[in-house]
Design a binder for this molecule. Structure first.
Ligand code: FES
Length: 155
């Protein structure tokens, strides 16, 4: 991993990419989504403050465990004055996200256990297929065409 001298306070997108392991396109995406920010030089090139590396590490760690970008952005926005997350911030947020992760793990376990029924089937039935309706969210109140009508009405 390339080292960046301490005296350098602003980084190019290439330096952030090389140091963080995130693709340049991912960094542009994070910026477009408001997760990181940069200033523009007179030549319209992006420059990131050094603490962007920690923000990117935070984002990537959260993404690795399946936290949606919108949730990550909300968490970063709650930090005082948009500061870089500290070790304590990460500890607190990862604790907050634990129940969400436990729920996802449960859901994935259910998908894994029922996947063998789907292999080679292809029906994607809303009534019986765990892939098309993983939480059976409509099972209690709607089936088949009634669901379709509800979706049409919502448009
Ligand atoms: S595809 Fe038929 S049960 Fe899942």
């Amino acid at each position: 991993m390339p080292q960046i001298p301490e005296k350098i306070h602003e980084l190019t997108v290439g330096q952030v990419s090389a140091r963080s392991g995130a693709a340049v396109s991912a960094l542009h995406f994070y910026e477009a989504k408001g997760l990181i920010s940069s200033r523009r030089t007179s030549g319209n090139q992006r420059r990131y403050s050094r603490d962007t590396l920690r923000r990117v590490a935070f984002i990537r760690a959260a993404q690795r465990v399946g936290i949606p970008l919108a949730t990550i952005r909300d968490a970063l926005a709650e930090l005082p004055e948009g500061r870089t997350p500290t070790r304590e911030d990460w500890a607190g947020l990862s604790q907050t996200w634990r129940s969400e992760l436990d729920e996802r793990i449960k859901q994935l376990g259910r998908l894994r256990d029922h996947l063998t029924d789907c292999i080679g089937c292809g029906c994607l039935s809303l009534e019986t297929c765990v892939l098309s309706n993983p939480d059976d969210v409509f099972g209690d109140r709607l089936v088949g065409s009634r669901l379709l009508n509800e979706r049409r009405a919502a448009r």
